[in-house]
Ligand binder design. Structure first.
Ligand SMILES: C[S@@+](CC[C@H](N)C(=O)[O-])C[C@H]1O[C@@H](n2cnc3c(N)ncnc32)[C@H](O)[C@@H]1O
Length: 455
């Protein structure tokens, strides 16, 4: 590939934001601030603080593996305790699949250095860093199977929507960035069907990236699928072969990065594609649009595809299509060409559960600079520098009080006290009035019990 179309032609240092990145023997190096960035599992790991993000993902992987293993043990115990034959068979099958999945994930994610993940689930719970369920490796796990096992109809619909909004085909996209590319199928299909000299698929989740790496190289990966509403007993855990149609042609690259601190030079791309991305990134739409503008050359194109589901954003940021149309010009984009279509979504053949989504696809062209420049993710000084004092903010103060009450109540559980006894202690300690203590203890204990059941 020519220098002009190489990966380094689009990269910039995610730490200082200025320097070009050049490949070195063991990774990438910034020409301005001399920061180094590793390659992990053959994927350039271009986070501003690569060691920190590696530790975070390693921790999440360690927890996932522990969680799967402890689930397998719990299933085996439950299998031993039931006399319902089909239940026992289901539990044995899913327990074996969980154990096998642990082995597969360990092998796939070995480049993260799993032997260094030493924190237990209980410790993570205690210090509140138990991330897998909320922000874990398996958040978009089903996408792997949709992309590379059973999702032909959905994958075809995705590239079909994009081709239609482009006027019939995906040729001429030029240097293309696919943001939040997930397991990578759309990036692979766009690169295969089009003529881009360089398509960069980026995401921050190493599980998705490492699977994409294998599939882009034409190698298969076997992983279990655990459907949420299995159709049959056997389908509670289905070992799937993830396969691509073949190795990708040259120029399809993977980059591990945080989209809010992107390691790409301003104006590096002719096209940016955001599939099912803008409503999960957690930033107001105006800022996401401005960020995308910066990545584009003058006249470059932004193709968005997916849902507009901002229900968890702040009220003013729950934008719909009408607001998108009003906000795009402020972010330096022209009038969009918009398409809406209802398509199948995550229809695993092993599951009774599936969705149809009314997707929005738009194509818009960069006409100028955004009215407001997107800020880098704001990280306070004391979080960047491990030796700075951590301020006791009002929010931290509140958290400390509630944790103390929580710890106090937990310490009262000694196998002998009843809820009434505990309420009496709270009243004696002047933590609550006698009118409310018993009801509050009951609420606390109910939640504790429910949490323990769901875990
Ligand atoms: C809803 S999924 C869509 C995945 C893929 N585009 C698809 O259509 O299947 C959103 C993707 O964005 C990624 N993502 C979320 N926040 C990110 C961030 N700050 N930086 C990079 N990727 C992010 C997730 O890991 C996930 O793969």
């Amino acid at each position: 590939m020519s220098e002009q179309h190489s990966l380094s032609s689009v990269l910039a240092c995610p730490r200082c934001g200025r320097g070009p990145l050049t490949p070195e023997r063991a990774g990438w190096m910034c020409g301005a601030c001399s920061s180094g960035f590793p390659v992990i599992g053959d994927v350039p790991w271009l986070f501003p603080d690569p060691r920190q993000s590696l530790a975070e993902w390693r921790g999440r992987t360690g927890l996932l593996v522990q969680h799967l293993a402890s689930e397998a043990a719990a299933m085996r115990a439950a299998a031993g305790a039931t006399d319902v034959g089909a239940t026992r068979r289901r539990l044995e099958l899913t327990a074996a699949a969980h154990d096998d999945q642990v082995t597969r994930l360990r092998a796939l994610l070995a480049p993260l250095g799993l032997d260094l993940a030493s924190i237990s689930e209980a410790t993570h719970d205690g210090i509140g860093t138990r991330l897998p369920i909320e922000q874990g490796l398996t958040n978009y796990y089903v996408n792997l199977h949709r992309d590379w096992a059973w999702g032909a109809e959905e994958n075809a619909a995705a590239i079909g929507e994009i081709a239609t909004v482009l006027g019939g085909g995906v040729a001429g996209l030029g240097k293309t960035l696919v943001q939040g590319a997930g397991a990578g199928r759309l990036a692979y299909d766009l690169h295969a069907a089009g003529d881009s000299p360089l398509t960069v698929a980026t995401d921050f989740n190493p599980l998705l990236l490492f699977v994409a790496r294998e599939l882009f190289a034409g190698r298969a990966v076997d992983l279990h699928e655990f459907p949420i509403a299995p159709r049959t007993l056997e389908q509670h855990a289905a070992l799937r072969r993830l396969e691509s149609p073949g190795p990708a042609r040259a120029g399809l690259e993977l980059v591990a990065a945080d989209a809010l601190q992107p390691p790409f030079a301003d104006g590096a791309f002719d096209t940016v594609v955001t599939p099912w991305f803008i409503d999960i990134i957690g930033e107001p739409f105006a800022r996401v649009a401005a960020r995308i503008n910066l990545l584009l050359k003058p006249g470059g194109r932004w193709i968005n595809f997916g849902s507009l589901a901002f229900a968890r954003a702040a009220h003013a940021d729950r934008v719909g299509l009408e607001e998108v149309r009003e906000l795009l010009p402020r972010a330096g984009f022209g009038d969009p060409r918009v398409r809406e279509a209802e398509i199948p979504y995550m229809r695993s053949p092993a599951s009774r559960h599936s969705r149809r989504e009314v997707t929005v696809t738009w194509l818009t062209q960069k006409t100028g600079a955004p009215a407001e420049l997107p800020r880098a993710r704001l990280v306070p000084d004391w979080l960047v520098h491990a030796d700075r004092p951590v301020p006791r903010t009002p929010a931290f103060e509140m958290q400390a009080i509630s944790s103390r009450v929580h710890a106090f109540l937990l310490a009262l559980i000694n196998g002998e006290r009843s809820m009434r006894d505990m309420a009496r202690v709270l009243v004696e300690q002047r933590l609550m009035s006698s009118q409310e203590a018993e009801a509050q203890v009951r609420i606390f204990m109910t939640r504790l019990h429910e949490d323990s059941e769901t875990q």
